[in-house]
Ligand binder design. Sequence first.
Ligand SMILES: Cc1ncc(COP(=O)(O)O)c(C=O)c1O
Length: 452
Amino acid sequence: MATTVLRVNQDLASAVREAEERYAKANPRSAEYFAAAGHAMPGGNTRTTIHFSPFPLCMSKGEAGRLTDVDGHSYADFVNEYSAGLFGHSNPVILDAVRSAAADGIAFGAPNRFEAQLAAEVTRRFASMDRVRFCNSGTEATLLALSTARAMTGRPKIMAFEGAYHGSLLNFDRGGSPLNASFPVVVSTYNDLECARADIYEHAASLAAVIVEPLQGGAGAIPGERGFLEGLRAACDECGVLLIFDEVMTSRLSPAGLQGVLNIRPDLTTLGKYLAGGLTIGAFGGRSDIMARFDPVAPNAWPHGGTFNNNVLAMAAGHAALAKVLTAETLESMNSQGDRLRHRLNDLARRYDLPMQVTGAGSLFGIHFHHGQIRNVGDLRRGETGRESAIRLLKALFHLDMLAQGQYLSRRILANLSLETTEADLDDLCVAVEEFLASRGALIREAVSAPE
Ligand SMILES: Cc1ncc(COP(=O)(O)O)c(C=O)c1O
């Protein structure tokens, strides 16, 4: 989309209004799709995450690291299917694997040639995963890991961290969702070891598991501190509580996941997102004594069915993606590209002396309009107190301005790179962000509270 001249000297609400009008005018076909979708789906939506106002873009094609919408605009993709699109949109190895598997039939109701190969790749990479089982989403994987921990320990409660997103039924943002699975939950504070240890000890007798993202993704790409995560491992050992690393998003940060970088061995791990090359998947696995209970011929075996657990296309694509595409070198190069991008964007914010900061690790990043340190969502919320609607408007303005510059980002500004992201893509994103900082600086200062 053509670069737009951005107006200055506006208040935030009118700047957003103007940006929405510009957006609606540029995207009539997406607007039509959205209106039609509303006839059969509530709010025209089947996935809350991808909705934004005034209406989301309807995409018609993805190629390499770019998306094209139904109005013909082309975007550099920094959403990348919320990190499942690690391989970009048209990796030939993955497409070949899908085509050739599909040519032999897609639903057997029996083991196929690919699931054991994918399982072998997963257990070879993730040292703590002696055995693995597949399912259909990250949500399913975390539900299954938590249920496994409850069955294994005979204890009912689970502990999670404020702001954590472990799936649509395990959402611990802002007090949790009414749709959450009804496990009794203790919610503790991320990156606060003293608090977490106290919570684990207080509930130890009834606590089955602590589930933690080693970098909180949905909360805004907030890295877990090594001492905090090591301390959780120790406290869980002391209290006989199982430690679950939800690496659905973070496993891309090294060939052995973030647990490999940190050298921490959880009892169970959950995976998903990119693991099937962009097709539907979830996985959970870990200690052999725990996973052995899923052996169908074990005495007192736990049943775990799932029509699509070994879906031929997903298994074939996943095996090809891991075995043939996702080498240590390709991952390393994508993650160091992400490190460089974060530094460049943070340098821009410093240069313009504006309260914007980019958090994350490797190829995962979140952009925040915030003064001061961000160690957990509490830090973000304290900064936003009394200014929630201003921050919401500022994010909307940023998002709409980025779309106008051909940069596809999410409304909450959680982003990631793919293997197809180019250096030119990074340069273009930096130019677009710099233009935002230059033209919207006064609005940013107005929206973000100064430190006390
Ligand atoms: C850390 C984490 N766990 C679980 C999930 C849920 O995965 P899915 O959307 O595949 O159900 C997500 C999704 O964003 C996630 O980021």
